[in-house]
Design a protein around this ligand. Structure first.
Ligand code: SF4
Length: 503
């Protein structure tokens, strides 16, 4: 645990901000305001001068070394940022600067600790800045590296190519349908995923509830004539239920949702290859669904075993080709960098195998130790690559995608992610997942139905988002789904009020 001693008190949310930044450098850190404690003392302040400039200063004195940082900018007067926000940004700037000097580590995402750096890029563009100015703003104001700023620019261009009306789809919605079952639970998983046992009738009761949710939400959308942009089946593994159950579910979806012919994309995650069968692919084809995800994560059998996947590498390859040969035209695959006992060699092998299949899109995740996962609870059991190796693996992935004609189209970051890196979705041009773009950029309401499904209700006029979570556990879902339907409809009524036409 690294203690950082600040020489003056700050409110709790500021302390949280400093802690997030310090955690970019140290595995665990604690910010204390007590000069008697031992730790890294940082004297930090922001002053305002007579000409309206704000000047941040930070000094870190340790042993015989002194590290100093200053950052000056005019006080914001154009309303683009509140005073508090600007102050936080300036404090972050100098705090990060002295820690970079002290540790010798460069943070390529600068002072950004949030999940969605691309949202910031879009925000600046929406404010009317050209791309060159945005790049400069990201580098100067947020300390983002040139390379990452350019990555954000590429992603923004690709996203607008895939959804030209990205900022005008506020009056439509997307739907997320959560099916919480998997053949077994993976060690790194924190999704609502329960090993599928068919004996106790829970699957059937859950599906009854899900049909009802789809019907009721569909009824409301139809009455208001609200269009659906995309639909995404996730979980869990939506293909872990039987083929006839999938068929019935898609039937209800088509019967209930309005304007199904105009929905731009329907995706079904078939992440676990051990759930894919010819019968299930036939059902997907019957309903015109041809975007699926088949997720290898790794092409090393020992790794799959260590993370509890319970399927073999060969099974992933076989199921990919089965899906492809039966007509699945848009297949996504996921790889994870930094899985236990994996280094450059294993990751290169995964890329070599992927090359033979050429899926339409590839998401490269970096392993993150999420609080609730088995892997985090038993962290000592798992040996993972160091920061430098993880960075090199990321670079391998980046080079490989370039050589194979993929472009980055969405990106997000997570807490406790190895090497403080990011997850990047790559796609062949024109094959991007629209849902992934929409959820990352938070450009419209997403209605979540099913277990653990999270809804985000976005007010079209202000962009303000209210989150709402369905129960994670199927047993709780079965008992309460009706209440949750009512609450979601209340939110929808609030954000899409009925237009009153005057006589
Ligand atoms: S397949 Fe995905 S959802 Fe299912 S247990 Fe593994 S990581 Fe979790």
């Amino acid at each position: 645990m690294q203690k950082i001693i600040l020489t003056k008190p700050f409110e709790q949310d500021w302390i949280r901000m400093f802690t997030h930044l310090a955690n970019l450098f140290f595995e665990q850190s604690k910010i204390v305001v007590d000069p008697i404690e031992e730790g890294l003392p940082i004297d930090i302040s922001v002053e305002k001068d007579v000409e309206g400039f704000l000047r941040g200063n930070a000094v870190l004195k340790i042993d015989d070394n002194v590290y100093t940082a200053t950052f000056t900018e005019p006080e914001t007067s154009d309303g683009s940022e509140t005073e508090n926000r600007q102050l936080k940004r300036i404090y972050s700037h100098v705090f990060l600067d002295v820690l970079e000097q002290y540790t010798g580590m460069q943070q390529s995402w600068g002072i950004l600790t949030g999940i969605r750096p691309t949202k910031l890029y879009h925000k600046y563009r929406q404010m009317g800045h050209d791309r060159e100015t945005v790049k400069q703003l990201l580098m100067d104001k947020h300390r983002i590296s040139e390379e990452k700023s350019e990555l954000l620019e590429t992603i923004e261009r690709v996203q607008l190519g895939a959804i030209p009306d990205l900022h005008e789809i506020k009056d439509e919605v997307s739907i997320y349908i959560g099916i919480p079952f998997c053949p077994t639970k993976c060690a790194y998983c924190t999704f609502p995923a329960y090993a599928i046992h068919r004996k106790n009738g829970r699957v059937e009761s859950f599906l009854d509830g899900l049909h009802e949710e789809i019907r009721e939400i569909g009824k409301w959308l139809t009455a208001r004539d609200i269009k659906i942009t995309t639909i995404y089946f996730g979980g869990g593994t939506p293909t872990s239920i039987e083929a006839d159950e999938m068929d019935a579910l898609y039937q209800t979806m088509y019967d209930s949702f309005p304007h199904m012919k105009e929905v731009r994309e329907v995706t079904v995650e078939a992440g676990r290859p051990d759930t894919i069968t010819p019968k299930k692919i036939d059902v997907l084809k019957k309903w015109g669904i041809d975007r699926i995800s088949v997720n290898p994560q790794s092409y090393t059998d020992e790794t799959l075993k260590a993370i509890g996947r319970h399927h073999s590498v060969q099974e992933t390859i076989d199921k990919f080709w089965l899906s492809r040969n039966m007509g699945m035209k848009n297949i996504n695959m996921d790889l994870i960098i930094g899985l236990p006992n994996e280094g450059l060699e294993e990751f290169q092998h995964s890329l070599d195998e992927t090359e033979k299949m050429q899926p339409e899109s590839l998401t490269v995740h970096t392993l993150s130790f999420k609080r609730a996962s088995e892997m985090t609870r038993n962290k000592n059991k798992y040996k993972v690559a160091d920061r430098k190796t993880v960075e090199q693996m990321m670079q391998l992935g980046e080079n490989w995608t370039k050589q194979n004609g993929y472009v980055p189209y969405y990106l997000y970051r997570q807490k406790n992610i190895l090497g403080n890196l990011e997850n990047v979705g790559y796609a062949k041009p024109g094959e991007e997942s629209l849902y992934n773009i929409i959820i990352m950029e938070e450009v419209q309401t997403i209605i979540g139905v099913g277990c653990g499904a999270s809804s985000k209700f976005m007010e079209p006029a202000t962009g303000k988002i209210t989150q709402f979570q369905n129960p994670k556990d199927p047993a709780a879902y079965i008992l309460t789904f009706e209440e949750y339907i009512d609450k979601k409809i209340e939110h929808l009524e609030r954000i899409f009020p009925e237009t009153v036409i005057a006589d």
